[in-house]
Design a protein around this ligand. Structure first.
Ligand code: ATP
Length: 364
């Protein structure tokens, strides 16, 4: 199922008539989600991710704009008529029901020619239980399951009606780190096997990057960038997107373009195209630093952290926006470090320049 969002906007009116501080939770969101894709909606707390999801499933109505599933306008359809499956952060399983009873619950209200016999419902429940690999847990109650198992039951329950669109709101947040990793791979597998168009919301950029076909980066209700995870990482359109993606995060500096050169402090680090002289922000990804005694960026060495295959070199620079700079270099190049000053050359594809006024990227 293709999902089309057309100029979708949701305004929550201010409760205080004097201040008029309406919240624009989603602002003019336009996007066509191709059939069968897994989309990660990503952004900091309060950016409008959950509201966007609630609009798609029909739990909230947009202030303006349209939603289409394939070519059908579903903007005014109630959630139960949209054919969506929903999974929330807190699983919301019925504690007094077994896993089997929880999974067949959505099938019990089907009416008319959709009505199923008990055996048919159980067969469908067993089918999705096998898909999410909880077949052996069907007689347990939720409090007899681990968090990861409970989340699988919630996913099975959302899948049992074979929804045309699956919506997941922070589905992995309640899991510990190891289980998160495992469950996100599971999610990807289940999505691939079913081919259901899936939209999932997370504030965790690594999670979104690792399993999504496309990511949508949001801030304050506005879509900042949409694209394949690697493309967005490699080519951020503005400073917000560049800083939001990447672990460790991108290193930021104040800089300037002057007479065809890019300066970070007094260091002339790059010859630019023909660009107007101006103050800029400079972002350099941790993997963009090369230790080079003749390199143009002169930093003060603080510490070296061993990270197995690589070293993390902690330095500082007078133009750095953060107190320290974190660069990741191979062990052999870091082994020779002795002096307090360390020179870097910079991989051009890992360096991004942003205008200081608009924070938009300038191609240098
Ligand atoms: P989080 O990651 O913290 O869940 P989010 O990105 O999902 O955040 P939303 O829950 O969509 O963000 O909220 C977006 C904005 O809309 C926030 O500023 C929030 O305070 C506001 N908001 C959400 N629901 C309502 C509501 N029912 N009434 C008024 N304002 C609301």
């Amino acid at each position: 199922m293709k999902v089309v969002l057309q100029n979708l906007t949701k305004v929550f009116p201010s409760r205080n008539k004097k201040t008029q501080d309406d919240v624009i939770a989603v602002n003019d969101f336009t996007f066509e989600i191709p059939d069968g894709q897994l989309i990660g909606l990503l952004g900091p707390s309060g950016c409008g991710k959950s509201t966007a999801l609630n609009l798609i499933c029909g739990l909230q109505t947009p202030t303006s704009g349209k939603i289409y599933f394939d070519d059908v306008d579903v903007t005014d359809l109630p959630p139960e008529n949209r054919g969506v499956g929903l999974v929330f952060q807190n699983y919301a399983l019925y504690p007094h029901l077994t896993v089997m009873q929880n999974i067949i619950f959505p099938l019990q209200n089907l009416k008319g020619n959709q009505k199923l016999s008990k055996t048919e419902m159980q067969d469908k429940a067993n089918e999705v239980a096998a898909l999410v690999q909880i077949g052996e847990l069907m007689e347990r109650k939720p409090n007899e399951l681990s968090g990861g198992q409970q989340q699988r039951v919630a996913i099975a329950r959302a899948l049992v009606k074979m929804p045309s669109v699956l919506l997941l709101d922070e589905p992995l947040s309640n899991l510990d780190a190891r289980l998160r990793l495992q469950t996100r791979e599971e999610l990807r597998r289940i999505q691939r096997e079913t081919g259901i168009t899936t939209i999932f919301v997370t504030h965790d950029q690594e999670e979104a990057m690792s399993i999504s076909d496309m990511i949508v980066v949001m801030r304050s209700g506005i879509v900042e960038q949409i694209g394949k995870p690697q493309d967005v990482y490699d080519s951020p359109e503005n400073r917000f997107v560049a800083t939001f993606l990447g672990t460790p995060p991108i290193n930021q500096f104040t800089g300037r373009i002057s007479q065809g050169s890019l300066f970070v402090g007094d260091d002339e680090i790059f010859k630019t195209n023909d660009i107007l002289d101006q103050p800029v922000y400079v972002g350099i990804r941790p993997e963009g630093f090369i230790i080079d005694e003749n390199g143009p960026l002169h930093c003060k060495l603080h510490n070296i952290e061993v990270m197995g295959r690589d070293f993390s070199v902690i330095t500082s620079h007078e133009a750095s926006i953060n107190p320290t700079i974190r660069s990741i270099v191979s062990t052999d190049s870091a082994a020779s470090l002795q002096s307090d000053v360390i020179n870097f050359s910079i991989r051009p594809e890992k360096l991004f320049v942003f205008a200081q006024d608009t924070e938009k990227r300038i191609i240098v």
